[in-house]
Design a protein around this ligand. Structure first.
Ligand SMILES: Nc1ncnc2c1ncn2[C@@H]1O[C@H](COP(=O)(O)OP(=O)(O)O)[C@@H](O)[C@H]1O
Ligand SMILES: [Mg+2]
Length: 253
């Protein structure tokens, strides 16, 4: 069964067609990257999967559950970290996670153990009682991922998980995400950092102006778009960045 099955999904905001008929299957266990320039429709598509955005047309299934007709069953299977923070920046990290545990119906007697485990897993123990706003950008992103994992989801969806984070902390986040995927969590992330998708993702979809323009492994896409250059002692195969530029015609920031 697919982790996520998206069939002919359209979404309009007034006269703007933000999603123009998306078809996409994401397999269980996959690390999938949705890559696209700003305004491509990444957040709209992700919001549709977690039921925050009503579809204009089409349907989406999460492990076989329809996101609109079976909202609770499908939502329970997904951990979601939004692009815009949806928490009180003055709350301590422990309080943020405790609230989320309540929201996901974790029994009161199990909450402390769950939260201690997440604080430990994301190396946030010594920040547990600090308010969110005092943490560095990379730590804040770790909190968002920990928060998304509170319901012990099979699928983790992260909208721009490393935006605005410095290089070292990005590498650290990548390691956390790789570990989660290795342990069996299906991960879907959106990014406009091409190197991030090339580094982490087994499958990449390039979305532009509300359409999936290309789909494949980074190596397949590079083969499809880049000419191999044979230089005396090695072969240059091109990069996903070149592919992205050709597919979207966009300039990279
Ligand atoms: N709530 C909304 N109301 C009106 N237009 C929106 C809304 N959300 C997104 N859009 C528009 O839909 C398009 C896709 O946006 P978005 O999904 O946020 O792109 P991305 O996440 O790839 O940057 C953009 O043109 C954006 O302006
Ligand atoms: Mg976005």
């Amino acid at each position: 069964m697919s982790a996520i099955s998206i069939v002919n999904v359209k979404k309009s905001f007034g006269s703007l067609l933000a999603l123009k008929g998306i078809n996409l299957e994401i397999k269980e266990g996959e690390f999938f990257g949705l890559l696209g320039p700003n305004g491509a429709g990444k957040t709209t598509l992700i919001s549709s999967i977690v039921g925050l955005c009503r579809l204009s047309e089409g349907k989406i299934g999460v492990l076989g559950h329809d996101v609109e007709r079976q909202y609770l069953q499908s939502r329970r299977l997904v951990g979601y970290s939004p692009q815009e923070v949806n928490l009180d920046r003055f709350f301590s990290i422990r309080k943020i996670l405790t609230f989320q545990a309540g929201f996901f119906g974790v029994r009161r007697s199990d909450r402390k153990q769950l939260i201690d485990r997440l604080l430990n897993q994301f190396r946030l123990e010594d920040k547990a009682n600090q308010p969110y706003y005092r943490l560095s950008g990379g730590m804040q992103k770790r909190v968002l991922i920990a928060k998304a994992l509170v319901g012990n989801p099979k699928i983790l969806i992260l909208d721009e998980p490393t935006a605005g984070v410095d290089v070292e902390q990005r590498l650290e986040l990548w390691n956390f995400l790789r570990g989660l995927n290795r342990d069996g969590t299906t991960i879907i992330l959106t990014t406009h950092y091409i190197d991030e998708a090339e580094e982490l993702c087994q499958q990449v979809g390039i979305i532009h102006l509300g359409e999936i323009r290309e789909l494949g492994t980074p190596a397949e896409l590079i083969d499809r778009y880049c000419e191999k250059k044979i230089i005396p002692d090695h072969v240059e195969r091109g990069t996903l960045e070149e592919v992205f530029l050709k597919v979207t015609g966009a300039k990279i920031n």
